[in-house]
Write a protein that binds this ligand. Structure first.
Ligand code: ATR
Length: 297
């Protein structure tokens, strides 16, 4: 923990409407940490090394990292600092922590956030027999590794670009993972215990899941086991078509705010030495913000 430094923030490019400042500023008020600030900092890719190199000198205790910088920050810290085991495995960093002597550590809390978000709503959903993951991008990386680490026996991955999914499974050594094509979606989702959308499909302004996966959300939701959990990392809208369909089927439907809030917990604790809580009050703040932006759905 760094007591001297007062600045923290999230870096990304472009960085539009990040909810992270709302989360961390809420916790700063709760923990009575006056004088600390959490900033949303757009950092163009070309400026990233200089930004990271000047973090300590600019009074930062660390920062969160979002799209598209997670892999680049990993590479930077590989040669300028240390990495925790999770960041090392994922080759992606979403949390940078600076010690008092300016030493930089890269961590990754995305998988933690995902698992906690699942457990909050469905405490007994892990371990389980079968998980289905849509997508093979940055978000899928942390989620696939987390599912493997938490005792999922088989993981079916569906992605527009099948080779990307194959590569990801190989890179992460997910030996119980299998890539399915569009034509096999029905077989892939049958009797699944956990179904996760890690793609941007269904997000406001993006194509719907049906367009990307080839099956309507209602049919997608009818495939999994009767007590399955469906999680969508999309939170604009909060109630995606997939989650609405899951609810109609009587399945547990978990929106993307859960993972966002939970992945932030270890960051705040690492910087300030106080473990914050994910509460209904915090969720309400975020929902109010989304409502004000017209993106609650
Ligand atoms: P992130 O870091 O947010 O996961 P990403 O790495 O660009 O972003 O990954 C986005 C995911 O959504 C990918 O799985 C992508 O599929 P491809 O690997 O084939 O690109 C998926 N995705 C995005 N737009 C899509 C679309 N229109 N149809 C199908 N899949 C889409």
């Amino acid at each position: 923990m760094n007591t001297r430094l007062r600045r923290v923030g999230v870096i990304g490019w472009p960085l539009e409407h990040s909810l992270s400042p709302i989360i961390h500023q809420h916790w700063m008020r709760e923990a009575n940490l006056p004088g600390k600030i959490y900033e949303a900092i757009p950092v163009p890719p070309d400026d990233l090394p200089a930004f990271l190199g000047s973090l300590a000198g600019n009074g930062f205790a660390g920062c969160n990292v979002t799209v598209p910088h997670k892999e680049a920050v990993f590479s930077y810290i590989e040669s300028h600092g240390t990495l925790d085991a999770t960041a090392e495995h994922l080759r992606a960093v979403n949390l940078v922590v600076l010690s008092d002597n300016g030493k930089m550590e890269g961590r990754n809390t995305d998988g933690y956030g995902f698992i906690e978000s699942l457990r909050e709503r469905a405490p007994n959903c892990l371990p389980c027999k079968k998980a289905v993951v849509f997508g093979a991008g940055g978000a899928a990386r942390a989620i696939l590794a987390a599912l493997q680490n938490h005792g999922v026996q088989s993981i079916a991955v569906l992605n527009r670009t099948q080779e990307r999914a194959e590569q990801l499974l190989e890179e992460l050594k997910i030996s119980n993972g299998k890539v399915f094509g569009k034509d096999d979606v029905r077989a892939a989702i049958k009797d699944a215990n956990i179904l996760v959308n890690t793609t941007s499909l269904g997000m406001l302004g993006a194509p719907g899941l049906e367009e990307g996966i080839g099956i309507a959300p209602a049919e997608l939701a009818s495939g999994p086991a009767g007590d399955a959990v469906v999680l969508d990392i999309v939170y604009t809208p909060l109630q995606t078509e997939l989650l609405q369909a899951a609810k109609k089927q009587g399945l547990a439907a978990i929106d993307g705010l859960g993972m966002l809030m939970h992945q932030a917990v270890p960051s705040f604790e690492a910087w300030f030495g106080v473990r914050p809580e994910v509460t209904p009050a915090l969720r309400k703040l975020l929902e109010d913000e989304l409502r004000a932006r017209g993106s609650l759905g």
